[in-house]
Design a binder for this molecule. Sequence first.
Ligand SMILES: Nc1ncnc2c1ncn2[C@@H]1O[C@H](COP(=O)(O)OP(=O)(O)OP(=O)(O)O)[C@@H](O)[C@H]1O
Length: 256
Amino acid sequence: MKPLIEVQQVNKAFGGLQVINDCSIRVERGSITGMIGPNGAGKSTLFNLIAGALTPDSGRILLDGEDITALSADQRFHKGLLRTFQIAHEFSQMSALENLMMVPPNQAGENLFNAWFKPGLVRQQEAEVRRRALEVIEFVGLHHVRNELAGNLSGGQKKLLELGRTMMSDAKVVLLDEIAAGVNRTLLGDLMGNIERLNRELGYTFLVIEHDMDMISRLCDPVIVLAQGSVMIEGNIEEIRNNPAVIEAYFGTDAA
Ligand SMILES: Nc1ncnc2c1ncn2[C@@H]1O[C@H](COP(=O)(O)OP(=O)(O)OP(=O)(O)O)[C@@H](O)[C@H]1O
């Protein structure tokens, strides 16, 4: 079967610095693929290249077999390639529920033609969006704070809300960039449980960059280790943990 994401021999330099170096990865449909690597290995740069925030100097990026290298981040989003973003400042003054209701693209309410000529349709679609937002907020465990301003939520609750926002659109694959950072262990447990359920029950595919090894061990298979802009090794977490080259890349040659 075709991989959902395929990065083929991608290169990216900033000035004279070759940050991504003939890098090829595959993210299989239905997987939660982890990506780890030492600081500066190029993980965030690779995410930006996949999401469309950066353009590669050479190489191709495919989504479900289609070459998306020339598409903008927005066009990739509409094809179901989503990335969690921090809640933007302008949304912090809206309730958690309203934040979810803002997400769906192609809302009929934004279409002037529909607003003038099909007001019934707009009301019907708004009701549908609200129903879905209520389901999603229940799913991510934030029903009790649905009317709180997003800006007043704790760090961990904001991450759950970000995950909820990705669920409001039709995602094929979700890129998660260090979502464990700054989240307390209880909420992190909820977050991981929700990612597992999205994967198992709803068929979401994930690509996860994470420094938190507990999270990588619990969720991810396979795990890709990136070093100096290319793949050092890929395998399950045990293979990664026991690989001497990985130990050296993380801890230096003195590591026992
Ligand atoms: N826009 C940019 N301009 C110049 N250099 C950049 C730019 N973005 C990243 N770099 C450099 O590219 C290298 C890789 O950075 P990147 O953030 O992709 O690594 P990372 O693996 O995500 O690191 P970390 O784990 O610390 O987040 C670093 O040396 C960084 O300084």
